[in-house]
Design a protein around this ligand. Structure first.
Ligand SMILES: Nc1ncnc2c1ncn2[C@@H]1O[C@H](COP(=O)(O)OP(=O)(O)OP(=O)(O)O)[C@@H](O)[C@H]1O
Length: 328
C-alpha cells in the first residue's frame, strides 16, 4: 500500500469547488503537480492524506491479505465487491450516516440503489472511493479480493473503481482533452502500460465521443466550464469510457437529463458493460432502469439497505412511494 503523504508519482486528487463551497465533487488520478505549477490555477489540490484524521484500517483487518475470492455464485461468477456491516460517520461532526450496509456485487451485474433523500446513498458511494469527508467506523469492504478500506483513494481508482459524482465540477483553464489525457496516462503509468501522446490520445478519445454522442469541440473546452447539466453528465460517462472501470459507481447520472440525453448516456453505459465488470447506480427514477436494466434494486433507509428485489420493486416504489416498504 502506498505510504500516506510520501512523495508519489501520481496522486488521487479530490477537486474542490471554490473556497466558499465545502463539497468535494470529483475524484481522479492525476500526475503530481509541483506546488509552483500554474497548470490548475483555480483548483486547490488536496491530498486525501492531509485531511483524513483516521484512515479506516482497523475495521478492515479481517480481510487483509486475503486471496482473491473464490466464487460462491451459482454461475461461477466472482464477486467484485462485498460490503459487510459498513458503518461510517462524517469526519468533522462524527455524525453517523451509514448504519451497517451489506451488499454483494458479482461481476457482470448491475445494481441500483434507491431511497429517500438523505438516506445515505451518496455517502455510501463516496465512502467506497475513500472520500476524506467520512470515516469508516466498522465493517469490511472487499474489492476484487482485496481489502478496500486499506487502500488509498488513488489505489482504489487504479484497482478499477470509478465514481461519477452527482455534481461534476468545472476546472477552468484545463481543456477536457488535456485533463482526460493526463488522467489516462497517470493510470497507464501506474499500471506499467504505455502512455499516449496528445495525437495518439486524440484518436483513442475520438472513438469514445460517438458513444456518448458528444461533439469533438467539447474536447477543447475547459472541463465542464459552461457545460449544461446534461453535458456534464455525458462528460462523466466519457471519462468512464476513456479510463475504464471494473466497478462504475454512477451517482444520479439521470438527474437533469432530457429523454434523448438519458438514452445516450444509458446506451453508453450499456456498451461499456461486459460479463466481467459491474455497475452500481444510484437513482431516484424508474425511467433510468428501463434503459439500464438492473440485476437487483436495493432500497436504502437511514444508512442501511432495507430491501432488495428485482425491477418489480422499482415499479412498486413508483406507484406507492417509499411507505410501501419502509421499516420506520
Ligand atoms: N459532508 C457532509 N457534511 C454534513 N452532512 C452530510 C455530509 N455528507 C452527508 N451528509 C448528510 O448525510 C445525510 C445523507 O446524505 P446523502 O447525500 O448520502 O443522502 P442521499 O441518500 O444521497 O440523498 P439524495 O437522494 O438527496 O441525494 C444527509 O442528511 C446529509 O445532509
Amino acid at each position: 500500500m502506498a505510504q500516506c503523504c510520501s512523495p508519489k508519482p501520481a496522486a488521487t486528487t479530490f477537486l474542490r469547488h471554490p473556497p466558499n463551497s465545502p463539497r468535494i465533487s470529483t475524484l481522479f488520478t492525476l500526475p503530481a503537480i509541483p506546488s509552483s505549477s500554474t497548470k490548475f490555477p483555480s483548483i486547490s489540490l488536496l491530498s486525501p492524506c492531509s485531511r483524513r484524521r483516521s484512515f479506516p484500517v482497523a475495521a478492515a483487518t479481517a480481510a487483509v491479505d486475503s486471496p482473491p475470492e473464490i466464487s460462491d455464485h451459482e454461475d461461477g461468477k466472482r464477486h467484485l465487491l462485498e460490503v459487510k456491516d459498513l458503518t461510517a460517520v462524517i469526519a468533522e461532526s462524527q455524525q453517523k450516516i451509514l448504519n451497517g450496509v451489506n451488499l454483494t456485487v458479482y461481476e457482470g451485474e448491475v445494481h441500483a440503489i434507491m431511497g429517500k433523500n438523505g438516506s445515505g446513498k451518496s455517502t455510501f458511494a463516496k465512502v467506497l472511493v475513500g472520500h476524506p469527508d467520512y470515516e469508516v467506523t466498522g465493517g469490511t469492504v472487499t474489492f476484487k479480493g482485496q481489502s478496500l478500506l486499506e487502500m488509498e483513494p488513488e489505489e482504489r481508482s487504479l484497482a478499477g473503481m470509478f465514481l461519477s459524482f452527482q455534481s461534476p465540477i468545472e476546472i477552468p483553464g484545463v481543456s477536457n482533452a488535456d485533463f482526460l489525457n493526463m488522467a489516462y496516462n497517470a493510470r497507464q503509468r501506474k499500471l506499467g502500460l504505455p502512455e499516449l501522446g496528445p495525437i495518439e490520445f486524440f484518436s483513442h478519445v475520438y472513438s469514445k465521443l460517438d458513444l456518448v454522442n458528444m461533439k469533438m469541440d467539447f474536447l477543447n473546452r475547459n472541463v465542464n466550464e459552461g457545460f449544461s447539466g446534461g453535458e456534464r453528465k455525458r462528460n462523466e460517462i466519457l471519462q468512464l469510457a476513456v479510463l475504464g472501470a471494473d466497478l462504475a459507481i454512477l451517482d444520479e447520472i439521470d438527474s437533469g437529463l432530457d429523454v434523448d440525453a438519458l438514452q445516450d448516456v444509458a446506451k453508453a453505459v450499456n456498451a461499456l458493460l461486459t460479463p466481467k465488470n459491474s455497475v452500481l447506480m444510484i437513482t431516484h427514477y424508474q425511467r433510468l432502469l428501463e434503459y439500464i436494466r438492473p440485476t437487483y434494486i436495493h432500497v436504502m433507509e437511514n444508512g442501511r439497505i432495507v430491501k432488495t428485489g428485482d425491477i418489480s420493486l422499482a415499479l412498486v416504489l413508483e406507484k406507492e412511494g417509499y411507505k410501501a416498504i419502509s421499516t420506520a
